[in-house]
Design a protein. Structure first.
Length: 168
């Protein structure tokens, strides 16, 4: 797979569709060991004067260990032909298996982190901030009840988009 770098200002897609309907893969780790997970929650915009993304990871997700250990992670956007792989990566842990390989995907090394080679687009993201969703901060309290019956609150990561690669 071959990629070329583009400026973030050149991107033209609907983030609501891209994140909420098409989904993303969050990948972190090294060439020696990495993991990925499907995400359908997130945000894109500008934070602290930087092009930024916000992603959310539950504490029990194996990928969280990699995101916590590393300075960088990637967001990979795959085409609809990879929907089965996205479903797999969203339901199976990589703790005891090579989840990326089992999903029929290939790690792609970029800037000391890993993305997914089959992606149409890879964003290399540098963590700037993290915090855990707090139940006492809900204004719309029904969201606490609906989304957190097990009280396994997501960690929110805000990261600068340092590089965008698109498939050639």
């Amino acid at each position: 797979m071959s990629f070329r770098e583009v400026k973030v200002e050149e991107l033209s897609f609907n983030p609501f569709t891209k994140i909420g309907k098409e989904w993303l893969l969050i990948t972190a780790g090294t060439e020696e060991k990495c993991n990925t997970m499907t995400a359908s929650w997130g945000a894109m915009g500008v934070m602290w004067g930087k092009n930024a993304v916000t992603v959310y990871i539950r504490p029990q997700r194996y990928t969280k260990e990699f995101v916590d250990q590393e300075e960088l992670f990637t967001l990979s956007v795959l085409g609809s032909e990879y929907r089965k792989a996205l479903n797999y990566c969203g339901t199976v842990s990589g703790k005891g298996i090579d989840k990326i390989k089992e999903a029929g995907l290939t790690p792609y090394s970029v800037d000391g982190t890993e993305g997914i080679a089959e992606a149409d687009m890879i964003m290399v993201c540098k963590k700037m901030y993290h915090d855990t969703i707090k139940p006492e901060c809900f204004i719309a309290t029904e969201n606490d009840t609906k989304w957190y019956p097990e009280k396994d609150y997501h960690t929110m990561y805000i990261a600068e988009v340092q590089k965008v690669l698109v498939k050639e």
